[in-house]
Design a protein around this ligand. Structure first.
Ligand SMILES: [Zn+2]
Length: 318
């Protein structure tokens, strides 16, 4: 059985031909043109899907479903790409399923990118066989996906796992959503970079400075981990602070859902275990209500492929 999964990003579209186990048989990608319209976008998804079949020498009618993972709000019931902050076109409620099926009559599933990552990890990655499973993606913000009872949970109107906006600090840091104290202002890669920059101002002799050519705007998510590895005290303070914020949101997730596993994805999750996962496990396990049944906390295992695999296999979980 063959499935097509398309991972839509603000800069690149990646489509993959995937089998029922979640293995990627081949991939094609194309950059997002700066002035791409919604119509061109829809047409490009069809073109890439056909191209995959040609490259893989699979007849079009052997494709079970096409799944599209989108950076923004989607409604799989109506087939609409509801809203997006990340694409060149700003149209709301783009009828993506209808656009696709006009060209190719195949079942089309839509999901947001964080949910697709969860589907991928649950079906073929680190969360395989775990239920409930939560996948947390640490990037510009914090994305979340939840599989419970073998199905993706999205709430009654698709905003059910906007975990980045759970409030962990009353009157806390202002968030892009308009609220204050949202988790992603403390636990995302962006937050880690900001914490690092703040600490650098206080610690002029920190090794952090050398690692970014004395230019705080060059700090990356990996910078404080590199400095902590060199024994830098300022970097250790940054990480302690960051891990505390990150852990609070995870403790809340565990106390509400008691997932069997929380998988962490995004660039930050690539840090070495002794600096990230081990101290995080300690903090979360110690802070949870149930101290006997430990949630597993693991790195997401599919990396950049999670979006394609998850989009392709959305049909199994919605
Ligand atoms: Zn927010």
């Amino acid at each position: 059985m063959y499935y097509i999964g398309i991972d839509v990003g603000g800069t690149n579209l990646v489509a993959g031909l995937v089998d029922e186990t979640g293995r990627i048989l081949n991939k094609v990608s194309t950059p997002v043109a700066k002035n791409m319209t919604a119509e061109q976008f829809g047409a490009e998804l069809v073109r890439m899907s056909r191209r995959l079949c040609e490259v893989g020498e699979i007849p079009f009618d052997k494709i079970e479903t096409v799944g599209v993972g989108l950076p923004g709000a989607v409604d799989n019931k109506t087939g609409l790409f509801v809203q997006n902050p990340n694409m060149p076109f700003k149209d709301k409620n783009v009828p993506l399923r209808e656009m696709f099926q006009k060209e190719w009559d195949v079942p089309v599933y839509l999901g947001n990118d964080a949910n697709c990552a969860a589907v991928g990890e649950y079906w073929a990655g680190a969360a395989k066989g775990c239920d409930p499973a939560v996948v947390v993606t640490l990037g510009t913000g914090i994305g979340g996906g939840l599989v419970v009872g073998g199905k993706l949970f999205t709430g009654f109107a698709n905003a059910g796992m906007e975990i980045g906006h759970m409030i962990i600090q009353p009157n806390g840091i202002l968030c892009g959503c308009g609220g204050r104290g949202c988790w992603e202002r403390y636990g995302s890669a962006t937050a880690l970079i900001q914490l690092t920059q703040l600490e650098m101002e206080r610690s002029r002799d920190s090794k952090l400075w050398g690692l970014c050519d004395n230019d705080p705007s060059k700090v990356q998510g990996r910078t404080p981990f590199q400095a902590a590895r060199l024994g830098d005290e300022a970097a250790k303070r940054v990480l302690a602070n960051y891990l505390q914020g990150l852990s609070i949101g995870m403790i809340n997730l565990v106390n509400i859902l008691q997932p069997e596993i929380i998988c962490l994805g995004g660039g930050v999750s690539n840090a070495e275990d002794d600096l990230l996962l081990n101290p995080l496990r300690e903090l979360v396990w110690r802070g949870c209500f149930d101290k006997e049944h430990h949630v597993r906390i693991e790195k997401a295992s599919l990396g950049n492929d999670a979006g394609v695999v998850g989009a392709a296999l959305l049909c199994n979980l919605v």
